[in-house]
Design a protein around this ligand. Sequence first.
Ligand SMILES: Nc1ncnc2c1ncn2[C@@H]1O[C@H](COP(=O)(O)OP(=O)(O)O)[C@@H](O)[C@H]1O
Ligand SMILES: [Mg+2]
Length: 248
Amino acid sequence: MGIKQTVGNKRVSTGIDGLDELLMGGLPQGSVTLVSGTPGTGKTIVCFQYIDEGLKHGENCLYLTSDERISNLIHQAKELGFDFQSAVDNGQLKFLYLDLERRDIHKEMDDTIKTGGYTRVVLDSLTPISEIPVWLVNKGNEIIPSEIPSDRNTFPIDSVQAIRTHVRRLMSILEEDDCTTLVTSEIPEGSRCLSRDSISEFLVDGILLLDLDSTMDRRKLTIRKMRGTKHTLKPQDIEITEGGIRLL
Ligand SMILES: Nc1ncnc2c1ncn2[C@@H]1O[C@H](COP(=O)(O)OP(=O)(O)O)[C@@H](O)[C@H]1O
Ligand SMILES: [Mg+2]
């Protein structure tokens, strides 16, 4: 990311066969990559494969989700062939449920990432958390996401500017030197944007775009951006099967 100096030459495997080769070996270590797509395009499955790859290498992994049904996620992963339950049991994988009602949600994320020693982090998905109310405090000089308003003059704001400031704050929490991060973003059907908030694509080091053509019954994965990497822009044909996403 912009102020971060640690995006270096080391590469982190995505866990998707064939994709690392298109990325000069994988994701740049320490980078944050946005995984964008409309619903059902395979964003969560990309995250599963990424986490599974880390587990195979004995890495500590963190899966942040605002879906409280973590057991469902573990079950979905299992259906695709990823055994996350034993990784949770042995402490190698942590699922953290981000309760969007909680005022200290950012602190919880920050503390967990800073103290957990994780090398792989997934935020699935950025969209609901980026849309929680933010508050204008300190006579309007400061925008604070989801904090307890301390005075009566505090009020929630709902502007593009506020959402952007909030997304910047979220991204800075995810910028941890030693971990390489995937962040999913839901794009509305038919949109040409790369994220719903239309700011996160500018803040991240990389963008993987997932797409589907229901008429042709085809799926695609495109590397739209990857800092420090010479890569093809050509959409790659993919399929989702047992084991996850595979390049065709
Ligand atoms: N075992 C499977 N075999 C083939 N396709 C699958 C399988 N499991 C899931 N899928 C496909 O993956 C889609 C869900 O992918 P997911 O990563 O959850 O999407 P997103 O997170 O982008 O909304 C399903 O709608 C289905 O089309
Ligand atoms: Mg999903």
